[in-house]
Design a protein around this ligand. Structure first.
Ligand code: BTN
Length: 245
């Protein structure tokens, strides 16, 4: 399918053939008064951005989308939306490639059969949050830090439009549940699909690297790392690697 995606409530679509970054456009839309549920979708991005200042290759055929969400109060909990979105995306993708194994990777990636398939970038937009999601549907331009895979490589014939429709279909109920029940059910669903849980990992921080066992998520979404000496560290920002994978 190459038509215009049909999205249910609360979503309303703003579509572009080419844009710099859907996250940047979503912020512009928020400044112009667009609100919760605005979905900015572009077939191609010329300046797609990833986490920690990295660029995000965004060829036609892949999914590049940003959603304006009202995270409510306190805005500090907005980071939890990355976990909401990862769970929603995994649930959306599983029926499209039933033989593939989809996993959530801390903090905000979705991996498929051991490689990175999708990433998320959360940014503030006035009183709202921009949830940017990139999914490698037809091509996997390798991100610098991880091996990458596309949905095509695991046999999914779905188009970016179909992935967007499926994603919004799962994002709406998960967002409502998060608003109504808080982070606990999201955390449980995320941990049930977590990549590397209970296994040795490396976490690259700004200026150092920690090695230990990935022992869980705390109730704010921080990664819990059991160090070899027994100490448990909370990690709020970093890149996770799987040395023995
Ligand atoms: C990452 O894994 O580093 C996050 C990648 C996020 C990419 C998406 S594509 C849609 C939205 N627009 C952007 O410029 N970035 C996000």
């Amino acid at each position: 399918m190459t038509g215009r995606p049909v999205l249910g409530p609360p979503f309303s679509l703003v579509a572009f053939d080419v844009i710099d970054s859907t996250n940047d456009e979503a912020k512009r839309q928020a400044r112009q008064g667009r609100g919760h549920g605005t979905v900015v979708w572009a077939r191609e991005q010329t300046a797609g951005r990833g986490r920690r200042g990295r660029s995000w290759a965004s060829p036609p055929g892949n999914l590049h989308v940003s959603v304006l969400l009202d995270a409510g109060r306190p805005l500090a909990r907005a980071a939890e939306l990355g976990f909401v979105a990862a769970v929603a995306l995994v649930e959306a993708l599983e029926p499209l490639a039933p033989a593939a194994v989809f996993q959530c990777k801390w903090p905000n990636d979705v991996w498929c059969d051991g490689r990175k398939l999708a990433g998320m970038l959360l940014e503030p937009a006035d009183d709202l949050v921009v949830l940017g999601i990139g999914v490698d549907v037809v091509a996997a331009p390798s991100p610098a830090l991880a091996p990458a895979i596309s949905l095509r490589e695991v046999g999914a014939a779905a188009s970016a439009e179909q992935v967007l429709e499926a994603l919004c279909g799962r994002l709406a109920p998960w967002f409502d549940r998060w608003r109504a029940e808080g982070f606990a059910p999201v955390r449980a669903a995320w941990l049930a699909r977590a990549r590397g849980l209970g296994r040795p990992i490396e976490v690259r921080l700004e200026n150092s690297t920690l090695s230990g066992t990935f022992s869980g998520l705390d109730d704010e979404g921080a990664l819990l790392l059991q160090l070899p000496g027994g100490e448990r560290r909370r990690v709020l920002a970093g890149d996770v690697f799987f040395p023995n994978a």
